[in-house]
Design a protein around this ligand. Structure first.
Ligand code: GLA
Length: 381
């Protein structure tokens, strides 16, 4: 199946949006903090054409449904509740809803999706789906949205239509990353800088290890961390935990009695400092030194923020014992993927060690691949 076979006509164009891994800056985005993701070569592609009857029709090559899902745009006004049982189709529908709610003069469309972004692996397949939809509608209807505005609307779709309380990192990464760079992003005002991250030139590789443990951000644990951070910020009298300077962490910790909230505070403040450190190392042309900062970040996510799991901890432990420069979980946690920074010469040894450790522990075989910083969302045909 493809667009032509599904809809009986040619598409007007094809758009692609990538998944991402985050190098550093985890669980900082909903604290107005700093992140540094990079786009993966894996993308969601959407072939699309306008419709003038107010109907949105969506179909995905990876979902075995016999008919395309048909959604009258008029039904979207009621919000996500009206489509609660529409599964993956809620994401593109949510984007159409968010564009409309923002005053965009869009209309109906036929959309056909194909994706190489692994789902449920913490690699932002949802953001790729949203951003590809948003970019297609933006171009088809000449909406003139900038990439960061588009990312903000895609996030709104996920928060307010689908009902997942994510931050803005994934949508910004998918919309704004460029090849060969990591994206240094201030999630408060969306100011950003493309930071050269040429792994090959340094004899380095960034491996992604998909543990194949499925996570579900919507399952409450993510929302609960988020609420805890907001509570800590309120206690400290700041807008968001980003406003607690690293130099004042000890003092801030003394003012938070609840040990759990104190640990959340500590992670966010130290993680923002780690982003600053990684930025300095990349700017100084010493990316190898980033390794230990990644491992430090993992310990903080495991011990303070408590969002890791046995499989992710095992990747980090096995990779580092076999000679990796550093490793950490990436994304929301509770499963999903880890990133491992490793010298070219040690790739095989480290990969074998991770696979062997998983086999010994009786875990499912992990999936390993290279993260080569790729370009963000764009029109491809
Ligand atoms: C998920 C969310 C992001 C971010 C990360 C944790 O990927 O979608 O907004 O909060 O978790 O850094």
């Amino acid at each position: 199946m493809n667009f032509v076979e599904t809809y009986g006509r040619d598409p007007e164009g094809v758009w692609a949006a990538p998944g991402r891994v985050n190098l550093i800056g985890e669980h900082t985005d909903y604290n107005d903090g700093f992140v540094m993701p990079l786009a993966l070569p894996h993308t969601t592609r959407v072939a699309a054409a306008r419709r003038d009857d107010g109907l949105l029709r969506v179909r995905s090559a990876s979902v075995a449904t016999s008919e395309p899902v048909e959604i009258p745009l008029s039904r979207l006004a009621a919000g996500g509740e009206a489509l609660a049982d529409a599964g993956w189709a809620r994401y593109p529908a949510g984007v159409a809803w968010a564009l409309h709610a923002d005053g965009a003069q869009g209309g109906g469309a036929d959309l056909y999706f194909e994706s190489t972004v692994p789902t449920g692996a913490g690699l932002s397949s949802s953001a790729a789906l949203e951003v590809s939809t948003g970019l297609a509608l933006n171009d088809l209807y000449g909406l003139g949205l900038t990439p960061d505005r588009l990312a903000a609307l895609c996030r709104r779709a996920e928060n307010d239509f689908v009902g997942v309380p994510c931050g803005i990192m994934d949508q910004m990464a998918s919309a704004c990353c460029t090849a060969g760079h990591a994206l240094y992003l201030d999630t408060r005002d969306l100011s950003r800088r493309q930071v050269p991250f040429d792994l090959a030139a340094e004899g380095l590789r960034l491996l992604v290890v998909d543990t194949r443990v499925q996570h579900a951000l919507g399952d409450g644990a993510y929302a609960q961390r988020r609420a805890g951070c907001e509570e800590a910020a309120l206690l400290l009298g700041v807008t968001a935990l980003r406003d607690v300077p690293y130099a004042e962490l000890a003092e801030a910790e003394r003012r938070v009695d609840d040990p759990e909230l104190r640990r959340l505070l500590r992670h966010v403040v130290t993680e923002n400092e780690r982003v600053a450190r990684v930025l300095r190392l990349l700017d100084a042309g010493t990316p190898r030194d980033v390794g230990p900062v990644l491992t430090e970040g993992h310990a903080s996510l495991r011990d303070d923020f408590a969002v890791s799991c046995a499989e992710l901890d095992l990747v980090v432990e096995a990779a580092n014992s076999a000679g990796a420069l550093g490793a950490r979980m990436t994304g929301g946690g509770f499963g999903g993927s880890a990133v491992v920074l490793v010298m070219e010469a040690a790739v095989e040894k480290v990969s074998d060690a991770v696979r062997a450790a998983f086999a010994d522990a009786g875990h499912e075989t992990p999936r390993l691949f290279d993260a080569v910083p790729a370009e963000g969302a764009r029109r491809v045909a």
